[in-house]
Design a binder for this molecule. Structure first.
Ligand SMILES: Cc1ncc(COP(=O)(O)O)c(C=O)c1O
Length: 393
């Protein structure tokens, strides 16, 4: 493998000679500066839980489903079994649909709850507002997102109520849905009581409740609750349940707890290009994740790694933890020189999420060694070495 490292950026040159942007890499060997060309480091990244691979349970289930001919478009035994598993997990006869990704899940779920002249109330940091390229508005033919502030990525309910009741005239897009993210975009978690309070407020004003659960499993293990207690028993109508970040290759489940709301949702999926013809390969991994508890094991592991990382980073002078760490991410504020040194060393992390700090995200695949390596790199950079490393050679 040949690695070329221009200043602040890096490229991977494949065996065929193609130059690929380094952002595509998950676990690579890089040289992080001309001076360090002889120091080769191999390490996993913390930019996103999406960087991780497919966990063994999901991969095995996909492999198991890869036998013979079965009906297409979800009319198969694997999809039926996956739906049944989800009904057991949520202890209710929910209606389930599988789509390719979280943006589609959220957008189609919201569109199904609204008409074009309605509005969805979401947090100002919500993925539906900041990172879905207008897809919720697009798929709902213009439903407006109204964002509301609140500390730690969670709603300030007084603000929510003000937004709902601010106007009732015909010129204001009529609030129809309250959308919560669990775990939130900044790694905090709504408690069951907070969800109940938010739902009660929404219901009082005739709004439905949507939950973006891209990291729902991380919230479940963090709170140590039954999935039902933070969804339908707390007033949630529709959950977009994350699979990819939890260890699957692809696929999210849209779970309707009020089955009437699922009316014709299958048509919506098809029209949006979200009905997989070979559905079994999206649905079967859910069986692998759910039946032996891998979904919770993976989330628990990721949360524990984040806790360890938080513990190490909290002790570094000049580095401060930005939000209570309750799931699988740690957000830190660091001097620009430290940020630059880490990036120059090849570490990937986002700084556009939340209010601008660096986000370090753990996954089912993160190891304790990875955590220690990153912590050591941050420590070295913060000590003013000017450069950071990926860890011991
Ligand atoms: C809170 C949240 N919701 C939803 C998603 C799903 O997005 P995607 O469309 O990339 O699967 C993400 C992914 O980053 C997310 O962080």
């Amino acid at each position: 493998m040949v690695v070329i490292v221009p200043a602040g950026n890096f490229w991977y040159q494949s065996k065929t000679g193609d130059k690929l942007p380094g952002m595509l890499l998950m676990n690579v060997t890089v040289e992080n500066s001309v001076e360090q060309q002889n120091q080769m480091h191999t390490y996993n990244q913390f930019a996103s839980d999406n960087y991780a691979g497919i966990c063994p349970e999901a991969l095995q289930a996909m492999q198991t489903a890869n036998t013979g001919f079965v009906p297409s478009y979800g009319d198969d035994i694997w999809t039926e079994r996956a739906c049944q598993h989800l009904r057991q997990v949520f202890e209710t006869e929910c209606q389930v649909f599988f789509v390719f990704n979280g943006t589609a899940a959220n957008s189609l779920a919201l569109a199904s709850l609204c008409r074009s002249y309605h509005s969805v109330i979401c947090h100002e940091l919500a993925h539906v507002e900041t990172d879905e390229c207008g897809a919720p508005e697009f798929f709902s033919n213009g439903t407006k997102l109204l964002h509301v502030n609140g500390p730690g990525g969670k709603f300030d309910l007084a603000e929510v109520e003000r937004t709902i009741t601010r106007r009732s005239d015909i010129h204001y897009p009529r609030p129809k849905v309250l959308s919560l993210t669990q775990a939130t975009e900044v790694g905090t978690v709504y408690t069951p009581d907070e969800i109940k309070a938010a739902s009660a407020l929404a219901k009082r004003h005739g709004l439905r409740v949507h939950m973006d659960g891209a990291r729902f499993a991380n919230a479940v293990v963090s709170l140590d609750v039954a999935p039902a207690d933070i969804t339908w028993r707390a007033g949630v109508d529709v959950l977009c349940l994350g699979g990819a970040k939890n260890g699957m290759a692809i696929g999210e489940a849209v779970v309707f707890f009020d089955r009437e709301l699922a009316h014709e949702f299958d048509y919506r999926c098809k029209q949006a290009g979200q009905l997989a013809s070979k559905m079994r390969f999206i649905s079967a991994p859910w069986i692998g994740m759910l039946e032996g508890g891998a979904w919770l094991k993976n989330a628990s592991h990721a949360n524990c790694c984040a806790a360890l990382l938080e513990q190490h980073l909290a002790g570094i002078a000049g580095v401060s933890i930005m939000y209570p760490r309750q799931a699988n991410s740690v957000f830190v504020e660091m001097p620009e020189t430290v940020v630059a040194a880490l990036r120059a060393a090849g570490w990937h992390f986002y700084s556009f999420i939340g209010s601008g700090g660096a986000r370090f995200m753990c996954s089912w695949q993160t190891t304790e060694q990875d955590v220690l390596q990153l912590a050591a790199a941050v420590k070295l950079a913060a000590a003013g070495a000017g450069t950071a490393s990926g860890g011991p050679a």
